[in-house]
Design a binder for this molecule. Structure first.
Ligand code: TRP
Ligand code: ZN
Length: 863
């Protein structure tokens, strides 16, 4: 029995014992025995004469101090302790590693024959012994020696030397002038196709842009390159930030645990987040690529130039950079659509995390395995917290804060407190209460009551806030509550600046607070928490007619979408209660409102498609304990079926009218989105004409349309399903990223054979359990999109997931711990399912050599 993994605590933070002056690294690449030579100068901060260097799974060859062989050291499980150092010591360490045997995709590993690294968060210690913590910053010189079959030997910064060796190998030397922590180090070696371009910064500097992709994939690279140039220009315009090196490289690799990594000057990307052409990628993929390329680029300032003091501060760079990439997408595309997207993520996934055993603040206070904290809470709720500051300070005030932040902290490793202090000081605004957002856990609730005094024409809004049961923070939070008042005719009522900032933002700072609106002619309808101005649950007793009023008249598309979501939600909840599925009909007023919407195709069709998107199982299950699995699933399908049936002629009319020009501009994208929405509903009420449409659209050369047709068929269990899936399989086996779409479709099938089918797909020639993209496509999609089978009452869904996790525990602990999430919230389900889920977790808990990643999550869930 090994000892239990120990948590680290934020309050135990100690500054590093030593500073490092220039790290020089030499790599002699070899799949089994890569030799790493590290040279650096350590200077003690205080009277320390020993130092502990982090290092795991390394073979130590030699240690030299000040040029002499040094034997005064002790090897620990997770590091190397050197004794007898002077105040200043020149260290040389040689060790070997085995990238070919590294399946964890952390440290130095092989991805389809190419060497690459992933060092965030604590992967550098799998490469060499070092102070592997983000507050130890230094410059790097890197020499890579590799075989000539690998023409590209890449690392951070500028190429300063290269040459041939007598033994047939070659080498390249790199110098990164910017000090950086070890998590931003990167090395890539391999043979690639390269797309090159150039960006001229606003001060006229020319930056070489290079995008490295697997051989044969050049035609799928231009979109990522265009996105990069847009991101560089946008950061200059909106944030006044210019790129700082003369070269920017992006490498796409097939084996990668996450989306992408912002290593200084050398981003490494999951190929799924780079490669796209219209035949292989959907419009959604194009959008995601643009936002991730932006995200990693924006890290150059928010993450690299100013980095985190310790990993508890992760949201300092991630929350802020997600906020920045959301703004990038919103400025370049549709603000409303991007907001709907972001809100859906928070409401479905982040709120679920809040309600489960892994609930944590955006700045966690205790961590066992840091990789477990790259979460929707740190990233997406973190971005909401930044957005609230933006709402409170306004764009100009926020930018003043950013400017001060960089003036104060460029080149430093800092904390979330430092960020808020810059915002506060630049604006003379007290944000001390606001800072509670960094400690609070769970989803805060805002409850609203209103009353109207007819005589006085006075409308009063009573707001109350309460915190989640698992929240240690009891004091009231500082919550920006955006509102809108609509009069009887649907006109927006002006609210004076003295009541609401920018005419719409109320600052809720007390447990209970009332706001009075005077001079009204009749009782208004109020839109609350408009634009999701705070990551809270709202409780307000909306009447159906009020929601319909908002859906019709609210000034923002977001508010209209939100109102319709509430209307759908109310229908589904009623159905779950009555279980009168067969008699159910959409209420007349809702059908009318929807049919009015559908009759007018002159507006933004992407928004229109969102208005016809019914909230999903994950979003709704949060409303119940225990989750009524079967009823909820059936209620959602029933409401969708009604929308299909009641509006069938309108869906047909719309479908036959919509014609896109095949381009990627917003209008064409919107038309395709709406076409797919039409087919989604039509497939459920199919006739021979509709079957013809599905068949024809599935043969499109545009992946958005093709997939839309097949997805509609799969969802409706249409007779064409098997045929379309088989055709797709035959056509795309040579493109694994496309096959991921097919695996996800298979995983979402509703028929009884679903699970047997999934198990048989493990032996499909394209499937590989060691590849996180494949696992996410098949098993991730299964647990996310197929509640009916994942939550089967015989427990087979849980078993399939747990068995795969057990296999991945050793192979790729990080990925194993990612896919376990749906099992953790077993307490939200009925007793039978709880028992089954718990049994699987207990089975996993008994695994020999359970990884820290899994241990932390399972232990929290079970205890
Ligand atoms: N910093 C990366 C980002 O958000 C996240 C990331 C990429 C990561 N790869 C990782 C985090 C591996 C942990 C482990 O842009
Ligand atoms: Zn990031």
């Amino acid at each position: 029995m090994t000892s239990k993994p120990q948590a680290k605590y934020l309050h135990d933070y100690q500054p590093p014992t030593h500073v490092v002056e220039n790290l020089s690294l030499t790599f002699e690449l070899d799949p089994q025995h890569t030799k790493v030579t590290a040279r650096f100068i350590l200077t003690a901060q205080g009277d320390t004469s020993s130092v502990i260097l982090d290092g795991v799974e390394l073979t130590l060859n030699s240690v030299h101090v000040d040029g002499q062989v040094h034997t005064n050291y002790r090897l620990h499980d997770t590091g190397l302790e050197l004794f007898g150092l002077g105040e200043r010591a020149e260290i040389e360490i040689v060790n070997t590693i085995s990238p070919g045997a590294n399946t964890s995709l952390e440290g130095l590993y092989l991805s389809d024959g190419a060497y690459c690294t992933q060092c965030e968060a604590e992967g550098f210690r799998k490469i060499t012994y070092f102070l592997d913590r983000p507050d130890v910053l230094t410059t790097y010189n890197v020499k890579i020696i590799g075989p000539k079959q690998m023409p590209y030997l890449l690392s951070n910064g500028n190429k300063v030397d290269s040459g041939e060796l007598s033994d047939g190998r070659h080498y390249v030397c790199w110098e990164d002038p910017f000090k950086k922590p070890s998590y931003l180090f990167a090395l890539v070696a391999g043979d690639f196709d390269v797309l090159t371009d150039q960006f001229e910064t606003r001060t006229g500097r020319k930056v070489d842009l290079q995008l490295f992709v697997d051989k044969g994939n050049l035609s799928k690279a231009p979109h990522a390159m265009t996105s990069l140039k847009k991101a560089m220009a946008w950061d200059e315009q909106r944030f006044d930030l210019e790129y700082d090196l003369d070269i920017y490289m992006i490498v796409a690799v097939d084996f990668f645990n996450m989306g992408a990594m912002e290593n200084k000057g050398l981003n490494v990307f999951n190929s799924a987040c780079v490669l796209a052409n219209q035949e292989t990628a959907t419009d959604r993929d194009f959008h995601i690529i643009e936002s991730i390329v932006g995200h990693e680029y924006f890290h150059n300032w928010t993450g690299n130039r100013v980095t985190c003091r310790d990993w508890f501060q992760l949201s300092l760079k991630e929350g802020l950079t997600v906020f920045r990439d959301q703004e990038f997408s919103s400025d370049l595309g549709s603000r409303a659509l991007n907001r709907i997207d972001a809100v859906n993520t928070v409401r479905t996934h982040q709120f679920a995390e809040d309600a489960g055993p892994m609930a944590h603040p955006i700045r966690p206070q205790q961590v066992i395995e840091m990789n477990n904290f790259y979460t929707v809470t740190v990233y997406n709720k973190g971005a909401e917290v930044i957005r609230m500051m933006h709402t409170i300070l306004g764009e100009a005030g926020f930018q003043k804060g950013m400017k001060l932040y960089f003036e104060r902290h460029d080149g430093q490793a800092v904390t979330c407190d430092d960020f808020v202090a810059a915002m506060s000081d630049a604006n003379g605004k007290d944000l001390s209460q606001f800072k509670l957002w960094y400690n609070q856990v769970g989803t805060p609730k805002v409850s609203a009551r209103t009353n109207y005094d007819d005589q006085q024409g006075e409308f009063t809004l009573h707001l109350a806030q309460s915190h989640a049961d698992n929240d240690p923070v009891e004091a009231p939070l500082h919550i920006p509550v955006a509102i809108e008042l609509l009069d009887k005719q649907g006109q927006v009522i002006k609210v004076p600046e003295s009541t609401a900032k920018q005419g719409k933002v109320l600052e809720l700072t007390e447990k209970q607070q009332s706001f009075v609106f005077c001079g009204l002619e009749s009782e208004p309808v109020i839109v609350l928490l408009e634009g999701f101005s705070a990551p809270c649950l709202l409780s307000y007793d909306y009447q159906q007619h009020q929601l319909l009023h908002i859906a019709k008249f609210a000034s923002s598309d977001y508010a209209r979408w939100e109102a319709i979501q509430q209307l759908y939600k109310a229908e589904i909840k009623t159905l779950v209660k009555t279980q009168a599925f067969s008699e159910y009909q959409l209420p007349e007023c809702l059908t009318q409102a929807l049919s009015m919407l559908l009759d007018d195709l002159s507006g933004d069709l992407s928004i229109l498609a969102e208005l016809f998107t019914v909230p999903g199982f994950d979003a709704l299950s949060a409303e119940y304990t225990p989750v009524p699995v079967a009823q909820l699933d059936q209620a959602i399908s029933t409401v969708e079926y009604q929308i299909a049936e009641q509006l069938k002629p309108a869906w047909c009319a719309a479908y036959s009218q919509l014609q896109d020009d095949g381009s990627l501009d917003a209008v064409a994208v919107a038309i395709r989105t709406m076409k797919n929405k039409c087919l989604f509903y039509l497939a459920q009420v199919s006739d021979s004409q509709i079957q013809g449409w599905i068949q024809a659209q599935s043969e499109s050369h545009n992946m958005t349309l093709k997939l839309g047709a097949i997805r509609a068929a799969v969802n409706a269990q249409h007779v064409l399903t098997q045929l379309l899936l088989d055709d797709f399989d035959k056509q795309w086996q040579s493109d694994l990223l496309v096959m991921d779409k097919w695996f996800a479709l298979q995983a979402s099938r509703r028929d009884e054979r679903c699970i047997d089918n999934i198990l048989s797909l493990y032996t499909h020639p394209c499937f590989d359990k060691a590849n996180p993209n494949r696992v996410r496509a098949l098993i991730g999609a299964f647990t996310r999109t197929n509640p009916r089978h994942f939550h089967r009452e015989d427990g087979r869904g849980y078993e399939v997931l747990a068995d795969l996790i057990a296999e991945l525990n050793q192979v790729n602990p990080q990925n194993a711990a990612r896919i376990i999430t749906p099992l953790l919230s077993f307490k939200r389900f009925d007793e039978t399912r709880q028992g089954l889920m718990r049994a699987q977790l207990e089975k996993l808990a008994r695994l020999p050599e359970l990884s820290d990643d899994l241990y932390e999550k399972i232990d929290k869930a079970l205890n």
